[in-house]
Design a protein around this ligand. Structure first.
Ligand code: ASP
Length: 440
């Protein structure tokens, strides 16, 4: 059994958090590979180390002294070292970094040092070996990850060892350090789990998994215990902020379960994400049809009606091409007979709305062309809804009972979601009604 763990910034923020990480790692002998982020915030108005490093580079770029910012960075790591009584030569590392800065360091290299220092200190504290990401995470010249080479390298390095490796960066073919986009330590963790064919990828953060609904709207929403990648994609597409999408690919490819856990509440099982749950029992099946609810405000619906459109060829294509020419992604296209509608985030349309309407008029001469603004989209997502009659009926009945006017309905052929469009003003109420009808 092998578990790969990734600890986010809040889990690495100070000595107290390091102690929690240590007890989590030591609790289970199979937790042998640890990926870490740079130190995050200790309190609300605190700074993330990575932000300070970016700031430091901006100073260098404009030739302004970054001594003050560098002092803050150094102090964070020196303090962790002191508080934990570690031996890692942080002073030496900082002196080396200053020297690199004098010689003109790249932004990627400088900002990667947050993860580097974190990993050095954590390896020392856990008594694990430090393995630098530059030893195994290889980018190609086009900045994509060379998985084959990286996986092979990490396999060799991790063989029979307990290791800590920094997240967020790797190395280019010419030896230069390259980072992922912000939040990229999640990707490193997923790559490490995939490289080592881990039994599970534990992503430790400061929340106990993914919630069934936005806690700003629903009081104390339940945690999603299990979710498939397809459901997660549906939820994140529409608004739930979960993980960097790229994170998912390496573990999904190998069907490795991704378990989101809370460093501050380690006994909570969190959320497990997997391709499919073949072992789901009938009892579980009956519990909740809906896995999660998400949504977003501010959509525009453009609808056109043209008699005979459904039986004539090419009308939809001509209309959709207009959006394509304006580089606008149409998110949903709920249709009726002779009626076609396009649902688009309003901010995407911006000033092009009238141009688009004009072109539709010109190209297909519809009998009616309307726009409805200020629409919110709410999706109820759940793999257990598929092929189960009556769910959409219950959704509409619940919304109807609460006087919510449904402006649009859409359901994909996979039946993992039911999407409703309501007025922006009804958005929060819709989320609450769905949650209370199906979850409570
Ligand atoms: N430290 C990096 C950031 O703040 C990467 C990470 O934490 O995942 O974006």
């Amino acid at each position: 059994m092998l578990k790969v763990l990734k600890f986010g910034g809040s889990s690495m923020a100070d000595a107290g958090q390091y102690a929690k990480v240590k007890s989590i790692v030591e609790y289970d002998d199979s937790r042998r590979v640890v990926v870490v982020s740079a130190a995050g915030k200790r309190f609300k108005d605190d700074h993330k180390l990575t932000d300070l490093l970016y700031l430091c580079h901006a100073h260098l770029k404009y030739g302004v002294s970054c001594d003050a910012v560098f002092g803050m960075i150094s102090e964070r790591y020196l303090e962790i070292k002191r508080d934990l009584g570690l031996r890692t030569d942080i002073d030496g590392e900082l002196a080396y970094l200053r020297d690199r800065m004098r010689r003109g360091i790249s932004e990627d290299e400088l900002v990667s040092r947050g993860e580097y220092f974190s990993a050095k200190l954590m390896a020392d504290y856990l008594g694990f070996d430090f393995v630098d990401a530059t030893e195994w995470l290889f980018f190609r010249m086009d900045a994509s990850v060379d998985k084959e080479k990286s996986y092979a390298a990490l396999k060799k390095l991790a063989e029979g060892r307990r290791i800590v490796t920094p997240g967020f960066y790797g190395v280019m073919p010419d030896g230069a350090i390259k980072t992922f986009s912000r939040g990229g330590s999640d990707i490193t963790g997923a790559l490490a789990a995939a490289a080592l064919d881990a039994d599970v990828y534990e992503n430790w953060t400061d929340v106990s998994g993914i919630l069934m609904a936005d806690p700003r709207i629903v009081d104390n929403p339940a945690t999603i215990e299990r979710i498939t990648y397809t459901e997660l994609r549906e939820l994140s597409f529409i608004g739930a902020q979960v993980l960097h999408e790229q994170t998912i690919f390496p573990v999904r490819e190998k069907n490795i379960p991704l378990n989101i856990r809370n460093t501050n509440d380690p006994s909570h099982p969190g959320t497990v994400i997997l391709e499919s749950f073949s072992t789901e029992t009938a009892a579980q099946d009956d519990s909740r049809f809906i896995t999660g609810i998400a949504g977003r405000k501010d959509y525009t619906i453009i609808s056109m009606t043209k008699r005979g459109a459904s039986s004539s060829v090419g009308v939809q294509r001509r209309v959709l091409e207009i959006f394509e020419r304006h580089r606008i992604a149409v998110e949903y296209t709920p249709n009726g007979i002779d009626c076609l509608s396009m649902v688009i985030p309003s901010r995407q349309l911006g000033d092009t709305l009238y141009a688009i309407l004009g072109e539709i008029q010109e190209q297909v001469a519809p009998d009616k062309l309307e726009t409805t603004e200020n629409i919110a989209i709410v999706a109820a997502v759940g793999r257990k809804m598929a092929f189960r009659p009556g769910i959409s009926g219950r959704i509409f009945a619940a919304l109807g009972e609460h006087g919510i006017n449904i402006r649009m309905i859409s359901q994909g052929p996979e039946e993992v979601n039911i999407i409703v469009g309501v007025n922006n003003d009804d958005y929060e109420k819709t989320v609450r009604v769905l949650y209370n009808s199906f979850v409570k």
